[in-house]
Design a binder for this molecule. Structure first.
Ligand code: HEM
Length: 267
């Protein structure tokens, strides 16, 4: 049965409803609260970009690979939405040409990316839940976060904030309406529909875990004085370039190494 045929049960309405509480929790993670208060620092922003890069690398490679799948094709908008390339530009802006060697992510980010790769292979229907969570979020609260980032860090629109900018989307409001109607056009059985809703809740939880892990990393590095130098350079803990490589940097101290082992438990 097609979800859109049931009154009040459009996928777009239900997905918003079932993730309402998770959205509130995501907004209220320490990282997001600090962000909203304009308390984001350059090292914090850079470390967030690293995780977003790893997440979108997985999400967009799975969307690309499944672009003609019936549950992906209607919501496949690479021209309008793709974030990987803007993230690469932002990372290059902050870290320079060798940025790939400096990308650091916590265990929760790897877990999230792993889930995206897994469902891309085993159940591409579920990709819609993740695409919805990230892209509609980026086009909603994300737009506010972009302005806060620019203002707080004193950046120009062409300096390291490409992630927040959607040149292919003239009106985020209208685009979100189009996206929702495309979501509602996806043919899903009752069971598939329910699984997509469950996956959306999981998608929010993955994001919350990433924010919490990032906050832990930041607290640890700040406490040990290793969060950044005068240029806002973060100290590499785990670098990703192809396969994950654990790269503890000397000088962060035993305490950091011990806690970081917990943070990176996914490896
Ligand atoms: C500081 C944090 C956040 C703020 C202030 C915020 C704010 C908002 C606002 C105001 C909307 C409604 C926009 C509208 O109705 O047009 C919205 C929608 C949305 N947000 Fe957030 N948000 C935040 C964090 C997040 C996070 C972390 C995620 C997920 C990773 C997320 C995912 C979404 C999604 C998917 C929607 C679309 C809901 C729908 O219309 O179905 N948001 N957000």
């Amino acid at each position: 049965m097609k979800g859109a045929n049931r009154i009040g049960s459009d996928l777009s309405e239900q997905i918003k409803e079932v993730t309402k509480d998770n959205h509130v929790r995501a907004e209220n993670t320490q990282l997001m609260l600090n962000y909203q208060k304009g308390q984001i620092t350059l090292p914090q922003y850079k470390i967030l970009l690293c995780s977003l890069y790893e997440i979108y690398r997985a999400l967009e490679s799975e969307l690309d690979r499944n672009s003609s799948h019936p549950a992906v094709e209607p919501i496949y908008f690479p021209q309008e939405l793709a974030r990987l390339e803007p993230l690469e530009r932002d990372l290059e802006y902050f870290f320079g040409p060798q940025w790939r060697k400096q990308v650091i992510v916590p265990a929760a980010t790897h877990k999230y990316a792993e889930r995206l790769r897994e469902i891309g292979k085993s159940n591409p229907n579920l990709l819609v839940a993740h695409a919805y969570t990230r892209y509609l979020g980026d086009l909603s609260g994300g737009q506010v976060l972009g302005k806060i980032t620019q203002k707080t860090l004193g950046l120009n629109s062409n300096e390291g904030v490409a992630f927040f900018s959607f040149p292919g989307v003239t009106s985020p409001h209208r685009f979100k309406q189009l996206y929702r109607s495309r979501m509602n056009s996806i043919e899903l059985s009752e069971e598939e529909h329910r699984k997509v809703l469950d996956e959306a809740v999981r998608a929010f939880e993955f994001n919350i875990e990433v924010f919490d892990d990032l906050q832990k990393m930041l607290s640890i590095t700040e406490a040990s004085g290793g969060s950044g130098n005068q240029n806002g350079q973060t100290t590499p803990l785990t670098a990703i370039s192809g396969s994950p490589v654990i790269q503890f940097t000397l000088g962060l101290g035993v305490v950091l190494a011990t806690v970081a082992m917990g943070v990176y438990a996914a490896f």
